[in-house]
Design a protein around this ligand. Structure first.
Ligand code: PRT
Ligand code: MG
Length: 212
């Protein structure tokens, strides 16, 4: 059995056409079912639908042989023990530093003491500011980062931006680029050896020309 880990939301929506092209059709509507393991038209392929940030963990421990996860999630995770096989070119966005439009480029930051940055991406954010010699206080949030500067919780945020509408709607603007993000196909290292014959054709058809 080959197990592929996916997350609900954008990754799932944009992965389904890739799966269909690879001849893998979920047996149920993944957006609706409450089942977490979903069979497919292929008796040897099943899907697990989990939180986006959990995909690297499932694949690392071999609970899933393959996974589809955003580069944001993989960078934050560190990716140890995983093979990144392909940039699938889906769910594309940018990880950006943003601040209130009113903050005027962060001028006067020193007067207020250390920069406070709210984000879900603690490791990436620490690295990003450390590389500039800025010691930031990172405030770990699990979602709705855009709210933090509006209520005085943080000076800046590090979050994903695609259209920019969410930032604009909350009086924020992107001030620095951190990372270009798209979904990647990852694999468990042991499975690549032990299940090579089963995995190779699936990887080839999912990755197409995009294999790394
Ligand atoms: O739901 P859960 O908390 O488990 O995870 P999640 O909310 O991160 O899942 P989901 O499905 O929203 O995102 C999963 C993956 O999709 C991310 O890890 C990215 O790799 C990818 N992705 C691509 C995005 C976006 N684009 C995106 N725009 N994930 C989130 N957003 C959010 C962003 O955080 C912000 O709130 O959309 C908002 C900005 O969108 P615009 O269009 O207004 O700029
Ligand atoms: Mg979500």
């Amino acid at each position: 059995m080959v197990t592929l880990a996916l997350s609900k939301g954008r990754i799932l929506e944009e992965s389904l056409p890739l799966l269909a092209r690879a001849g893998i059709l979920p047996a149920e509507d993944l957006g609706r079912t409450r089942r977490l393991i979903v069979g497919t038209n292929r008796p040897d392929v099943q899907l697990v639908v989990i939180r986006a940030a959990d995909v690297p963990t499932y694949v690392r421990y071999g609970a899933a042989d393959l996974g589809i996860a955003g580069k944001d999630v993989l960078c934050e995770d560190g990716g140890d023990g995983l093979y990144e096989l392909a940039d699938l070119g889906i769910a594309a966005c940018r990880l950006m530093v943003a601040e209130p439009v009113a903050a005027a480029g962060g001028a006067g930051r020193q007067e207020w003491g250390r920069l406070r940055v709210a984000t879900k991406y603690v490791r990436i954010t620490e690295r990003h500011f450390a590389a500039q010699g800025i010691q930031a206080d990172i405030i770990h949030l699990y979602g709705s980062m855009e709210l933090a500067p509006l209520v005085g919780l943080a000076d800046r945020i590090v979050d994903l931006v695609s259209s920019g509408q969410t930032l604009a709607a909350n009086g924020l603007r992107a001030v620095e680029h951190v990372l270009d993000v798209s979904a990647r196909l990852v694999a468990n290292r042991a499975a690549m050896k032990m299940k090579s014959a089963a995995l190779r054709p699936i990887i080839a058809s999912l990755a197409g020309e995009r294999g790394i």
